[in-house]
Design a protein around this ligand. Structure first.
Ligand code: FAD
Length: 244
């Protein structure tokens, strides 16, 4: 039975682009029509495979941006010197097809039974799986306390800003802007550091469950800071997107 499930997950299937929508100047959400999707958990990712006319193939991983039970969507940040992300964010149109494999990953996931309090820490597009977790928390009616600390270059680079601001009624949502802040900015400034965590993070004695996602170095630096704050390693879940 487990073998069937694993094979099923690892099979490539054809997805049709249902819709695309711009989140920021360089970030686009792509909604997918996947008739044979087995369902997913908040926090999981999938693989995309593109095949050029000459048969050349490229594969990349993308976190699933939608909650359990919602149609599958991914949110892609364009790296101008990248191979795949410029195509996904500029060329791809509704009706286009690509191959998808997933869902993948059973560690970086959250459901109401996992409890909390939750500490979600994102760098850049690392907010994607954390958005899925926030959405699922909302949809499932969970009242697990949650704090989100989200690091972006500028306010214009904050992905899902309207939606994240909406969670403020039931979640503590904080932004830190590393490069540019609007006049009168009242949020955090600069990279996530220990002093910032001191103002946002739950204390270890509160038994928090942390999810950190973003560029590899960001994730590793924040995870080290939380472990130094006595978070047990088993309660610090990380997802590394690669890059600097
Ligand atoms: C589990 C997982 C989930 C991911 N989820 C997402 C997601 O939800 N949204 C998203 O936009 N990306 C996500 N990524 C990153 C994604 O897989 C690609 O690496 C990214 O889109 C770049 O691909 P590319 O072909 O455009 O660039 P490439 O041609 O592969 O790389 C171009 C240059 O950019 C550098 N680079 C590669 N990846 C990154 C990065 N993440 N940040 C900074 N520099 C980088 C490379 O070192 C290289 O110098 C995820 C990665 C993993 C492993």
């Amino acid at each position: 039975m487990a073998g069937t499930a694993v094979r099923g997950r690892l099979t490539w299937q054809v997805a049709t682009v249902a819709a695309v929508s711009d989140e920021t100047d360089s970030v686009r959400t792509i909604a997918l029509d996947l008739p044979d999707w087995p369902g997913h958990q908040a926090g999981q990712h999938l693989d995309v495979r593109l095949t050029a006319e000459d048969g050349y193939q490229a594969e990349r991983s993308y976190s699933i941006a939608s909650a359990n039970g919602e149609p599958v969507a991914i949110t892609v940040e364009r790296l101008d010197d990248g191979e795949v992300s410029p195509y996904l964010t500029k060329e791809l149109r509704p009706g286009d097809q690509m191959e998808i494999r997933g869902p993948i990953g059973n560690w970086f996931t959250w459901g109401p039974d996992d409890g909390g309090p939750l500490l979600l820490i994102a760098g850049g597009s690392g907010v994607v799986p954390l958005r899925a977790i926030l959405r699922y928390r909302q949809l499932s009616g969970s009242n697990v306390p949650v704090r989100l600390l989200y690091s972006s270059r500028s306010l214009e680079d904050v992905i899902y800003r309207e939606e994240l601001d909406m969670y403020r009624g039931t979640a503590d949502v904080r932004y830190t802007l590393t490069r540019r802040q609007p006049p009168g900015w009242g949020g955090f400034v600069g990279r996530v550091d220990d002093a910032m965590l001191g103002r946002v993070a739950w204390t270890a004695s509160q038994g928090p469950l942390a999810f950190i996602c973003g560029p590899t170095r960001f994730v590793e630096a924040v995870a080290e800071l939380l472990v130094a704050r006595h978070y047990p390693e088993s309660r610090v879940k990380t997802e590394r997107f690669g890059g600097a």
